[in-house]
Ligand binder design. Structure first.
Ligand code: HDE
Length: 747
């Protein structure tokens, strides 16, 4: 397949670079005997751009292309200058009264350099501060033409997109793999105006009315006195709030499920959550919910992996996304809609479509694909793009309109408002990443950081001085129009519809739709999180909420906490499970996943060479793990026993049984040298086994399995030939994990 070739190409290129470095006649290379190259003293052409480096955006603040070719590197030209363009003679020494004297206030270069640095940071997002973004292309299928007049959904229409994935609770530098909801925000730069689909990886939310957003976030964020714990929900204030505020229970169930610890941004579903209103060319409307379906399937980490990763590789999701894109394994999603008739009661199958704590099971309303998104370019400048991108659910193109969902209504206020603090003024739409690709002709003027130099004297309507320009558009000119939905005559009141009072039936639906192993994970997650709370009353109150959802779930968590299980407050609802909610029991493509291959450089490497080809051909990335870096049997070593850890591999292959390397840590044997196999290899196998990953071994590699005692257990395959073992492992990877290995004790 194409991605497989691209992956292979990228890995081969990296291997060549390693080989070049090891060539003795390169100065500074290991073993070359020549000293490291000195700092150059004369200008030289800039280094070639990396694949992900290009020039600054070539659009003006009003959206027109400038025609300037993209520059290759961020730093242009040979000479360093000030911000005003004056060439500099020295940037290492401040201007002083003599070599030992005080610094002079007149040093304009020092002041410019330090002042700019002092102001490099901007406020991080109040939520979703930690994230990663990428560029891509969306292509419409044309299957939504009868539903909406949004032009970007027309058949074959290509639209540039920028996506930002995020966690919710943590600060900008927090770990990627914490248990949390993930943001999935997409900016479609459509020709009819920007459309932001600002969604999450879970289809429901904690609250039904946006006025409570500060409450749930204050409860989830670190405690205000000690500012701990960071990026965690396992603490008293979170569980205090959600146990008192039971409409959060459905979302919390998703958080406690495997969905709370995604394997990769590439393997997450996305949801617009709210119901939107679609309007077609004839002005007819339907209600709709947006879904993103990942081509690679929906996969999760297991809890221990997530915890280990938070320490070993806190950037795991960010790295995974960028490695995949740079190697040509472009992540893909289909944009899908669930469509409902636009009836006055705004319900479907008895489910209130304005209640953002409810889903409509896919079995009741099919999820229909309307287009495809491919992410194919990493950011060039993380701050300029990922940090400064500003999403807003009110950025809507003609054909997509909002509903009265009270959560969405509050968001329509909040997102515009927050950018004014975060991006320091009202002109953030002029920042390159936020510039629409549709022509902009507004009459907004002035304000902090105004980039445009507007001409004319009549930024107002009506005017005669500009010949009446600009005019307002009608349907024929693709104007956005607000759907004239009738608003019922009703008293002004602070209240919810009665249908919003059902807080438990859909949490139960989710629980009932899980396989036993997924239920087991949910029980363990609740037990862990509540076990980290100090207040007994909070644990008891949450157990009551669990009893109202499902008595078995409640009993299991209560047992783990050593507390009695309460009775449900009312008989639990009868629900029909939705199999679409489960991640287990399906077969997914293995593309883009990572296979660790333990090699013994002293052993038979011919098999390994053929195996690498087979892994590439399956669209996956083989990473060779050896006692030392450099090359092994003419192949590049990507991980050593010191740098490799099981958590980054989706499957493990053992091509040899390497004896302990000189830097091996102590093992259970008296001296590492006495052990037959390096203890870190044994740890790799043990962890992969515990995390239910497929493991394969052949030849000498099988002795490692014997040493760890896992031979013969489910998902551990052995054989004489690498080829056959890999074929079996590949089949196992289709299920993502060897689920039988988890003891499912829920009945
Ligand atoms: Fe957000 N949310 N949110 N949110 N949200 C923000 O906007 C807010 C909600 C979501 O990558 C903020 O630019 C309120 C639901 C994502 O830049 C802020 C309410 C959903 C992102 C804000 C909600 C989301 C944000 C912080 C309740 C899923 C990250 C910085 C009414 C459908 C976007 C910013 C990015 C970010 C407010 C509820 C998703 C403060 C008041 C529901 C993915 O404006």
């Amino acid at each position: 397949s194409k991605p497989a070739k691209a992956v292979k190409h990228a890995v081969e290129a990296a291997a060549e670079k390693v080989a070049d470095l090891l060539t003795p006649d390169v100065p500074g290379s290991p073993g070359s005997g020549t000293p490291t190259v000195e700092e150059p003293t004369a200008p030289a052409p800039p280094l070639p751009a990396k694949q992900d480096q290009g020039g600054p955006d070539t659009r003006t603040p009003t959206g027109e292309k400038t025609g300037a070719p993209p520059a290759a590197n961020g730093q242009q030209g040979a000479y360093l200058t000030t911000a005003q363009g004056a060439r500099l003679r020295d940037t290492d020494h401040s201007l002083k009264a003599g070599p030992r004297g005080p610094t002079l206030l007149q040093d304009h270069h020092l002041r410019e350099k330090i002042t700019h640095f002092d102001h490099e940071r901007i406020p991080e997002r109040v939520v979703h501060a930690r994230g990663a973004g990428a560029h891509g292309v969306f292509t419409g299928y044309g299957t939504a033409d009868t539903l909406t007049r949004a032009g970007f959904l027309r058949k074959g229409k290509e639209t540039d997109v920028f996506v930002r994935f995020s966690t919710v609770l943590g600060s900008r530098g927090s770990a990627d793999t914490v248990r949390d909801t993930r943001g999935f925000a997409t900016k479609f730069y459509t020709e009819e105006g920007t459309f932001d689909l600002v969604g999450n990886n879970m289809p429901v939310f904690f609250i039904q009315d946006g006025i409570k957003f500060p409450d749930i976030i204050h409860a989830g964020k670190p405690h205000p006195d000690r500012e701990i714990p960071q990026a965690q929900s396992a603490h008293d204030t979170f569980w205090d709030f959600v146990s008192l505020h039971t409409e959060a229970q459905h979302h919390v169930m998703w958080n406690m499920s495997d969905r709370g610890i995604a394997r990769s941004f590439r393997m997450m579903e996305g949801f617009g959550i709210h119901t939107f209103r679609l309007v077609n060319d004839a002005g007819e409307t339907v209600l709709a919910k947006f879904h993103w379906k990942p081509k690679l399937g929906v996969h999760s980490l297991v809890w221990e992996e997530a915890q280990l990763l938070s320490g070993m590789d806190p950037d795991f999701h960010r790295r995974d996304l960028y490695d995949a894109i740079e190697s040509g394994a472009y992540p893909e999603w289909e944009l899908c809609v669930q469509v409902f008739p636009d009836t006055p009661d705004e319900t479907f199958a008895g489910i209130d479509l304005l209640d953002p704590t409810k889903i409509v099971p896919e079995e009741l309303a099919p999820v229909q694909a309307v287009g495809k998104m491919v992410l194919n370019q990493t950011p060039r400048d993380f701050f300029a793009e990922v940090e400064q991108v500003a999403f807003h659910p009110g950025h809507l193109p003609p054909g997509i309109d909002v509903t009265n969902d009270p959560l969405l209504q509050a968001r329509l206020f909040s997102y515009l408002d927050t950018q004014i603090t975060r991006l320091a003024g009202p002109n953030f739409a002029q920042i390159p990443i936020n510039r629409p690709h549709a022509p902009v002709n507004d009459m907004l003027r002035d304000g902090f950081h105004q980039q445009a130099v507007h001409a004319g004297v009549a930024p107002y309507r009506p005017n005669s001085l500009d010949g009446g320009n600009p005019f307002v558009a009608g349907d024929a000119e693709h104007a956005f129009s607000d759907t004239p939905v009738t608003v019922a005559e009703a008293p002004k009141i602070r209240a919810n519809p009665a249908s919003f009072d059902d807080h438990f039936s859909q949490a139960r639906l989710f629980w009932a739709s899980m396989s036993p192993v997924e239920q087991e994970h949910i029980v363990r997650a609740y037990t862990f999180e509540l076990g980290k709370c100090y207040e007994q009353a909070i644990k008891e109150r949450q157990l009551q909420a669990l009893a109202n959802i499902d008595p078995v779930l409640c009993a299991q968590v209560a047992a783990g906490l050593g507390l009695p299980a309460p009775q449900p407050a009312a008989p639990v609802a009868a629900v029909t499970p939705s199999p679409a909610l489960s991640q287990v029991g399906r077969v997914w493509p293995p593309d883009g996943r990572t296979v660790g291959v333990v090699v013994d450089p002293e052993g038979d490497m011919a098999d390994v060479r053929a195996l690498r080809e087979a892994v590439f051909a399956a669209g996956m990335v083989p990473l060779l793990i050896a006692p030392h870096g450099g090359m092994a049997g003419g192949l590049p070593v990507q991980r050593t026993f010191a740098t490799g850890r099981s958590i980054e591999f989706d499957a493990l292959l053992l091509a040899g049984a390497p004896v302990p390397a000189p830097d091996a840590p102590p093992s259970r044997d008296a001296k590492p040298a006495d052990a037959a196999v390096d203890p870190r290899v044994l740890l790799l196998v043990e962890e992969c086994w515990r995390h239910a990953k497929a493991i394969g071994a052949w030849g000498a590699g099988t002795t490692v399995l014997t040493a760890t005692g896992v031979t013969g257990s489910p998902g551990v395959v052995t054989g004489d030939a690498a080829e056959q073992v890999f074929a079996d492992v590949l089949r196992l990877m289709g299920a993502h994990r060897v689920w039988e290995r988890f003891p499912a004790t829920i009945v």
